[in-house]
Design a protein around this ligand. Structure first.
Ligand SMILES: [Zn+2]
Length: 122
């Protein structure tokens, strides 16, 4: 599968914008924040392996974060709250569109996760 070389400049522009808005983040932390979550064996969730994530997934997540720059102090625009044990969707709009890999469910948006797993209305 040939990938669009134009994505490189698009993604680097988004990455630059996001990183300059959040200069305390490490590069690995940013990539991890925008990689879909995977459930751990102990019931938590952690960033998935970015090696297998297609660029359009990370690009879309970066685009969402750049659209709402520092609009949320809880998640920094990623839509993901890291509780230490679990990654949960934030209550802000980015939380509804963040993507989580949920064991037995596949990929769910934050809004689906809130409805189906957390019993919340969105
Ligand atoms: Zn948030």
């Amino acid at each position: 599968m040939a990938r669009d070389p134009a994505r490189i400049d698009r993604i680097l522009w988004l990455l630059t914008k996001h990183w300059r808005a959040n200069p305390d983040l490490r590069l690995g932390q940013i990539i991890g924040n925008f990689t879909p979550r995977v459930r751990t064996s102990v019931g938590g969730a952690e960033p998935g392996d970015p090696y297998y994530v297609e660029d359009d997934v990370i690009e879309a997540a970066l685009r969402r974060a750049c659209k709402h720059p520092s609009s949320c102090t809880r998640c920094g625009g990623t839509g993901v709250i890291d509780t230490g044990n679990n990654d949960l969707p934030c209550d802000c709009p980015a939380g509804d569109t963040a993507v989580f890999n949920v064991c037995g469910e596949g990929q769910l948006t934050g809004a689906e996760m809130k409805r189906r797993l957390l019993g919340r209305r969105t």
